[in-house]
Design a protein around this ligand. Structure first.
Ligand SMILES: [Zn+2]
Length: 197
């Protein structure tokens, strides 16, 4: 195994944060690096595997980085397995680790994984759009004339938005109060949409 070239004693942890190895698995070149920041604090030793047209992923040891030796690293590297992409005729591979199979359950190469993901998102947004207009129609029938999209920018976490419906055009202060109540850092990020009859 390539690691033999290090010729280091097993009881000394000298794994460099810059560790990188290029190996061939079933004739496919893969790059093995340490999982980002796994050397910080009490985190577990982990490797990150990537390759051309390969949906990359990690393999993590039960041992902490601090107490790990090259022997553990070697054991992780030996766990790298590839399988053929499930799309008939595709020459690509997928990484066979439990964690990867969870997200890439169809066992696809990176290219086919992306394609499947895009198809999924297109379906979701189309559904969301349909749902949106159905709700608008319902509100119009109830006498609502305006829809306001208010973006909330919380101190922590991702931005999100609320949809508010009004029968009379709301003032900017009215909307601002709403954003303040939601503890948004920005209180003027909104859009008023006039609903169609
Ligand atoms: Zn493929």
């Amino acid at each position: 195994m390539i690691l033999d070239t290090f010729a280091l004693p097993n009881d000394v942890n000298v794994i460099s944060a810059n560790f990188q190895l290029s190996i061939k698995i079933r004739g496919v070149k893969v790059i093995v690096e340490l999982e980002p920041s796994c050397w910080v604090g009490r985190r577990k030793l982990g490797i990150y595997v990537r390759g051309k047209n390969l949906y990359g992923g990690s393999i993590v040891s039960k041992k902490s980085f601090k107490t790990s030796t090259f022997l553990e690293l070697d054991m992780l590297i030996k766990k790298i397995k590839l399988g053929k992409c499930a799309v008939p005729g595709c020459k690509g591979n997928y990484l066979k680790t439990n964690q990867i199979i969870k997200t890439n359950s169809k066992r696809l190469c990176a290219k086919h994984f992306e394609l499947a993901l895009n198809r999924h998102y297109r379906k979701v947004t189309r559904k969301q759009h349909l749902h949106d207009s159905a709700l608008d129609d319902k509100k119009v029938k109830l006498g609502y004339k305006y829809k306001v999209i208010v973006w909330i920018h919380p101190k922590n976490g991702d931005d999100y938005f609320f949809k508010l419906y009004y029968k009379t055009k709301p003032s900017s202060l009215q909307i601002k109060k709403y954003a303040i109540a939601k503890k948004s850092l920005i209180t003027n990020d909104y859009k008023i949409i006039t609903l169609m009859n």
